[in-house]
Design a protein around this ligand. Sequence first.
Ligand code: MLT
Length: 266
Amino acid sequence: MTTAMIPLDDVELNVFDAGEGPVIVFIHGFPLDHTMWQPQLEEFSHTHRVIAPDLRGFGQSEDSAGVSTMEGFADDIADLLDRLNIHEPVTVCGLSMGGYVAWQFWKRYPHRLSRLIQCDTKAIADTPEARQARRESSDRVMNEGTGFLADSMPDKMFSSTTKSNRPELVEEVQQVIRRSSPLGISAALLGMAARPDVTEWLPRIQVPALLIVGEEDAISPPAEMKAIAAALPQGAIEVIPQSGHLAPLENPQHVNRVIREFLQRT
Ligand code: MLT
């Protein structure tokens, strides 16, 4: 898959950009990179222009120290679209942390958003306990590196089916986490801890919206995603079988079909 380094004002992002047609921007989750969307990038680049950046501090993008806020990531997406000469409204598809960024993209650039696809994500902010745990992980990753996240996170991320039938997929994701930059991970942990509750925004998001959730998602469970879909004026939800928190990677055939149907009917 081809990627190129695209310079923004203060950072260079590694960006997958392929295909022609209406634009879909895929925003990855934490602590991953654009490769988590590989099945979607392959499928939709036949009919769309698909853009999938590694967010600052992730994948092959340049590091970014301090706090990477969800607002800042959304600004990077808008800046990236400018650099790629994309000025028409786009479909944004985010997963989990990528979904937090997508809410902010709507808030800051509503005229640039035509449709929203939100996978395995949340609208609420962190609890005080979750915030504290993020701060501790942020310190730990700076002291120890990303190995402990690679060891501990996949158990929560994948469905029982994926864990027993596709150990190679779990291993690939662990490799991505191991390779990722402690600085970028630490900055994003602090940014997620600082993110606002966006529940009150949901009734005002007047674009067609598809919510996708793995039936075994333990991090953003189906009940929570269903409540988000119900609060969105044009929200629909699809629960994906045999999937956990990484539904687009775990059951790509099913996810690609529901995305294709959504794009055709909206
Ligand atoms: C993700 O997959 O991006 C994370 O689960 C987000 C989070 O930690 O809140």
